[in-house]
Design a protein around this ligand. Structure first.
Ligand code: ATP
Ligand code: MG
Length: 454
């Protein structure tokens, strides 16, 4: 579609998106998925193309068209094809083909997730998701980060919090029991209870403490029964980890990273972004551009709470020092107070994970969350506790089973260094970029409570 007109015969293959008939010509818009707009095919009714094949070239049909590219008089396209031959490939879609030329609701399209990639919206999401994956690897590879594949099945629970999917080959109709009446895992595949990973961080830290700057980018699983527009049971996470790096360097990387990805999408997916800007969220392109152009603001949790307390009557959950920030608080901070992305640091240790480095005050940890308008938290990260005694004390204090973490503690015994990293949910970032309101619409086949079709 970017080629110049030419007399050379070419073939275009794809699916018919629309068909318009006039007295002497028929217009087909044929798409192969490589771009938002399809190629316009002009079929002269006096040509050799039979009326019969024209009749079969209905919406959804797979076709192969031969012809030449000519200048297009129509707006918004450079060339169109003057067809000399039209072949219907395969069988013609049945009459109940569900994707007719009208806007379908996202709810309906989720029920036909096998066909929704054929729509404009889901084609655009797939292309943007692909471009963002490329940009993520590009960003890290350009900076010399090593891509590490962390395991999906795990014997440890990263955050020390529940909500994991269990993996087992035990016969669930005949569960072996110990003398105390508990499940006996000794005969299970791994000989102990195992789960799907919720994060690759603990494992990627091992590679960080040998190879320097590393990242993992893969699927993670959370059996959370929260039916929100921001949670999936299976989602992809990007987790960089840097050696000889403290919280400041971590925040710098997070800001550079987000800006790089947004900029990449604006540059490489302009047609798809124009579509989102027009049909999904008006102004989303300007928002992304302004994030790219503006330095992120910074504030401590303590300062954030002081600001939130001033407007406590606005919130369903009242804020006081020590409480975890809810989305409504995060959105107030980023949308109203800072009017752009803000990085909140130094949270109370009680509301953060065991591995975060303690501040000198003994009350707060070197955590950082990046908050953005519309979504709230998009990144959660920290400097890690590199001191063996302090980390061990924290594990004990939280009542965690130290023996499960011997290998993680070993990193603090042999050549320990300050190191830092963060986790970013890929789908949240795609939501942010596309403006789509529901996380189920930015992953090809969403898995949520009671939804596992396709
Ligand atoms: P939330 O408060 O939104 O549940 P979290 O505090 O549980 O997030 P983390 O454990 O810090 O999240 O995970 C790191 C990142 O992974 C989050 O910042 C978010 O972008 C993403 N994330 C977390 N849970 C989900 C989920 N269920 N579905 C999709 N993305 C998620
Ligand atoms: Mg959560």
């Amino acid at each position: 579609m970017q080629s110049d007109p030419s007399d050379q015969a070419i073939t275009a293959q794809g699916w018919v998106k629309t068909k318009r008939d006039s007295k002497n010509v028929c217009f087909l818009e044929v798409s192969d998925g490589s771009s938002m707009k399809g190629l316009q095919i002009i079929i002269d009714k006096s040509s050799d193309i039979s009326e019969e094949s024209l009749a079969l070239a209905a919406t959804g049909a797979a076709v192969s068209c031969e012809g030449i590219l000519v200048d297009s008089p129509a707006k918004g396209q450079k060339v169109e094809m003057q067809a000399t031959a039209l072949t219907i490939v395969g069988t013609v879609p049945a009459e109940d083909y569900p994707l007719q030329k009208k806007r379908h609701s996202f709810e309906f399209l989720r029920e036909i997730a096998h066909l929704r990639p054929r729509t404009n919206t889901f084609g655009a999401v797939a292309r943007v998701r692909n471009a963002m994956s490329t940009a993520i690897h590009g960003f890290f590879q350009e900076r010399g980060f090593l891509y590490v594949h962390t395991p999906i099945i795990t014997g440890s629970d990263t955050e020390g919090a529940g909500q994991m999917f269990q993996v087992t080959t035990l016969d669930l109709d005949n569960i072996p029991k110990t003398e105390e009446g508990k499940t006996d895992y000794s005969g299970d595949f791994f000989g102990k209870q195992t789960h799907m990973t919720v994060s690759g961080q603990l494992q990627v830290e091992n590679y960080c403490c040998a190879l320097g700057d590393v990242y993992t980018f893969g699927p993670t699983f959370r059996a959370e029964n929260s039916n929100t527009t921001r949670h999936l049971a299976e989602f992809w996470m990007i987790e960089p980890e840097m050696a000889f790096c403290e919280l400041e360097g971590n925040m710098e990387l997070a800001e550079d990273f987000i800006k790089y990805i947004l900029n990449y999408v604006l540059e490489h997916c302009s047609e798809d972004m124009d579509f989102f800007n027009q049909w999904v969220l008006k102004g989303v392109k300007d928002t992304l551009q302004s994030v790219v152009d503006t330095p992120f603001k910074h504030m401590t949790y303590t300062d954030a709470v002081a600001e939130l307390e001033k407007v406590n009557d606005k919130f369903d959950f009242k804020v006081s020092w020590g409480c975890d920030l809810q989305t409504e608080h995060e959105r107030y901070l980023t949308e109203e107070l800072c009017q752009g992305p803000v990085i909140v640091t130094d949270y109370p240790k009680e509301i953060k994970a065991f591995y975060m480095k303690m501040n000198e005050d003994g009350k707060t940890v070197r955590a950082m969350d990046v908050l953005v308008p519309r979504l709230g938290e998009i990144i959660g990260g920290s400097q890690r506790e590199e001191d063996f005694d302090k980390l061990k004390a924290r594990i004990d204090e939280m009542g965690m089973d130290e023996s499960e973490y011997w290998w993680y503690l070993d990193l603090r015994r042999f050549g320990t260094v300050p190191h830092s990293g963060f986790g970013l949910g890929f789908e949240r970032l795609i939501q942010y970029v596309t403006g789509l309101g529901n996380i189920r619409d930015v992953i090809p086949f969403p898995r949520t409570v009671k939804t596992i079709d396709f």
